[in-house]
Design a protein around this ligand. Structure first.
Ligand code: PLP
Ligand code: COI
Length: 358
């Protein structure tokens, strides 16, 4: 948990006069498609954050010259709120997302966001749209804080004004089934000295074409490799990656080309506390494929907030398929997922202090 709040924020609240909640089919919530009745907004002007407000979810007025549209100064986060067994709502590890958002902000020459704005804005928004938090197993309220540059100016320099918003979307998990992945050796997601560790739009935009091509070839997702040699595993572009080899968890170490995932950290902590060894280091493709062929690789999975823990059932490297172990044998990842779900939904003691109950 984070230290609670020094100052109290004044948030101007305008409630919608027509809630859309009754129109929502709560059993059919594709990831990121529906949004709650309200959003939190704030502006950065004259060197400070101001105009804190909760307003009905809807279009925002912007200049067509807004620098975000032209030069892409924009960052975002993704976290989730879960309906607890007792009906309350828990936001999972929000402090980690704020920390990472501020790292992204620094890399993109954007202003950082004080803790009280992020936390109190989020708490007030959850409170007003509390009824939107799903109560179906594996569903959650996906929370999307976003900050972007709003100067109406075509010169290339950091914007002097920004908008911060928090949107919320009741959602099913991002992936509905296990993944068949292509190990990408042509295109590159991220380079040393680049922005791969920042959660910024460009990282997702540049991945669109290679991902579309992979879909056309029959794959669900890519595994990105390092830019220099295409020899080391990086991440999947919407999640980090983990392998189980000889009963140990092996995962690429966090570096400046990889997003430092909150779920990755969560899974590592849970794995260690369950007694598994976790190795964080550079992981070569050839090593992983060799383990797959020799039977030493017993599990491979993606970990992320939207993705949760998603199994990988087949990897493909330069045209050769590497089918992986039967999904029903994946006891390490499924055990960790079960424990994680117990914590997130408030069904067991929150021994790590990850839940922020609202
Ligand atoms: N890598 C990328 C590029 C992502 O977009 C995400 C999702 O947020 C992750 C990794 C996993 O990070 P987290 O577990 O914090 O959601
Ligand atoms: C998340 O897991 O929060 C993400 O940002 C992944 C995504 C881009 C849908």
């Amino acid at each position: 948990n984070f230290e609670i709040v020094i100052e109290t924020l004044t948030i101007k609240t305008t409630r919608t006069d027509h809630s859309r909640l009754a129109e929502l089919d709560k059993t059919n919530l594709p990831f990121g498609k529906y949004f709650t009745d309200h959003m939190f907004v704030a502006d950065y002007e004259d060197g400070e954050w101001k105009n804190f407000a909760i307003v009905p979810y809807g279009p925002i007025p912007m200049s067509p010259a807004s620098s975000v549209i032209h030069y892409g100064q924009t960052i975002f986060e993704g976290l989730k709120a879960y309906r607890q067994a007792d009906g309350s709502v828990s936001v999972f590890r929000a402090g980690k997302n704020l920390e990472r958002m501020n790292k992204s902000a620094v890399r993109m020459a954007m202003p950082t966001l004080p803790e009280e704005i992020f936390m109190q804005g989020l708490a007030a928004l959850i409170d007003i749209d509390r009824a939107w938090v799903p109560d179906i197993e594996n569903y959650s309220l996906y929370i999307r804080p976003t900050m972007f540059a709003t100067d109406a100016f075509l010169g290339v320099r950091p914007s002097l004004t920004y908008k911060f918003m928090i949107l919320m979307s009741p959602s099913a998990p991002y992936y509905s089934k296990p993944l068949k992945v292509k190990i990408e050796t042509k295109y590159t997601r991220s380079v040393d000295g680049g922005v791969g560790a920042a959660k910024t739009a460009g990282n997702y935009a540049m991945a669109m074409l290679p991902t579309v091509k992979a879909h056309e070839e029959g794959f669900d997702q890519l595994i990105w490799t390092d830019a220099k040699e295409h020899k080391y595993v990086e991440e999947s572009g919407a999640a980090n990656l983990m392998f189980v080899v000889d009963g140990k968890i092996l995962t690429p170490e966090v570096r400046e080309t990889i997003l430092d995932g909150v779920t990755r950290d969560t899974v590592i902590q849970l794995a260690k506390s369950t007694g598994y060894e976790v190795e964080e280091r550079r992981v070569s493709i050839h090593e992983v494929l060799e383990y797959a062929e020799s039977g030493r690789l017993t599990e491979a999975f993606a970990v992320g907030t939207a993705a949760t823990i998603t199994q990988i059932y087949e990897m493909n490297y330069e045209g050769k398929a590497y089918p992986l172990t039967d999904l029903s044998t994946r006891t390490v990842s499924n055990g960790i997922l079960a424990k994680l779900n117990q914590i997130r939904y408030g069904l067991t003691a929150d021994e790590f202090g990850w839940n922020w109950i609202l």
